[in-house]
Design a protein around this ligand. Structure first.
Ligand code: NAD
Ligand code: ZN
Length: 341
């Protein structure tokens, strides 16, 4: 089959012929329909320090996908050929304390699809049945392809109660934009999102953010005044990984404010801990998605009117993957989809 392979220890990805995966007795073999390109894939493409330390070569990359079940292993009862499915990208150990207690998102020993084990940028992928998520047959396939990052947005946004609250999202990347849309859907009063990129801020406005702030031109103190806010943001969703954005957020929170932190800083970052202590802020790290409560919430929010389609800005055939990565690198993109049919 065709697959996008990290086959050399240098920048780039290469389209290659690799053996088709086989479904073990507990696995589901899926014919890949569409995939999303994630920031992680871009790190692997660029072959930065994290990627060099993490990715064994050769590796089929990619983890955001939707496809149709082709074949199931002998122990698999709940999936059937033709079912439309995606998969959770973290394969958990099933044996550690958290896994046994049903807190699989807290597994101490996860293995990542397209990171530690063969990924989804391929015509076929085999995954354990415990990782497969059923979609309704009529789901928009592009939307289904990005359940993984949509799940990051939902997991982060729903970490704290949002009804009636004022929410600050720092970073209008695809995940921040979806996070803003989820916060609106979940009943926030004001959703303010920041970035330094006008293309992405425009996209955030179209997806429902009340105010999209370019922090190179405007500051959040003024925005709060303009909105008539008096005591600061109740909930912060840090989705940039940028130290300046995070420090700004800490200064803009109300007393007792709550911050969910998804963005990954590239190095340790100092903050003013006095603000955290005296203002009694809560800061919570967020990783991945909750298995499978986040997946459930995503599914039902789409059914109750949340529309994330505008975040998808580019679509290419997999043979044009370089154009997809170029769009990602340009920064003037939301989600980029590759078609594997
Ligand atoms: P992205 O890189 O596309 O988006 C980050 C955005 O932050 C960019 O649009 C960038 O312009 C913006 N930004 C830069 N400086 C800023 C500043 N000073 N103020 C405000 N915004 C600023 O990333 P993404 O794919 O949307 O993901 C969001 C973050 O979440 C990334 O840091 C990513 O690494 C991280 N992530 C974490 C997990 C997890 O499980 N914790 C999973 C996926 C992604
Ligand atoms: Zn575990």
């Amino acid at each position: 089959m065709k697959a996008l392979l990290k086959s050399k220890s240098e920048p780039g990805l290469w389209l290659a012929d690799v053996p088709e995966p086989r479904a073990g007795i507990n696995d589901v073999l899926i014919r890949v329909d569409r995939t999303g390109i994630c920031g992680t894939d871009l790190h692997i493409y660029k072959w930065d320090a994290w990627a060099r330390q993490t990715i064994p070569v050769p590796m089929v990359v990619g983890h955001e996908f939707v496809g149709e079940v082709m074949e199931v292993g002998a122990n698999v009862n709940d999936f059937h050929p033709g079912d439309v499915v995606s998969a959770e990208g973290h394969v958990v150990c099933g044996r550690c304390r958290n896994c046994l207690a049903g807190r699989r998102h807290l597994c101490k020993d996860t293995s990542g699809i397209g990171v530690n084990r063969p990924g989804a940028f391929a015509e076929f992928i085999s995954v354990p049945m415990t990782n497969v998520w059923h979609h309704k047959p009529d789901i928009d396939r592009d939307v289904a392809a990005i359940f993984d990052p949509f799940g990051n947005a939902v997991h982060t946004a729903l970490s704290f109660d949002l009804l009636g609250e004022d929410v600050l999202v720092t970073g209008a990347g695809p995940i921040g934009i979806m996070g803003a849309a989820v916060a609106k859907h979940a009943g926030a009063r004001f959703v303010v999102i920041t970035d330094v990129n006008d293309f992405r801020l425009d996209l955030a406005r179209r997806m429902g953010a009340d105010v999209a702030v370019n922090v190179t031109r405007e500051n959040l103190r003024e925005v709060q005044q303009r909105l008539g806010m008096k005591e600061g943001f109740d909930v912060g969703l840090e989705m940039s990984g940028n130290p300046e954005a995070f420090r700004d957020m800490i200064g803009q929170m109300c007393h007792g404010g709550k911050i969910a932190m998804l963005g990954i800083p590239s190095e340790p970052m100092p903050i003013d801990w006095n603000k955290v202590i005296f203002n009694m802020l809560t800061i919570r790290g967020i990783y991945g998605r909750e298995m499978y409560e986040t997946w459930y919430k995503m599914t039902v929010m789409l059914e109750s009117g949340l529309d994330i389609r505008p975040v998808i800005t580019h679509r290419f055939h997999y043979t044009e993957f370089e154009r997809g990565f170029d769009a990602m690198k340009s920064g003037n993109a939301g989600k980029v989809i590759l078609d594997w049919t």
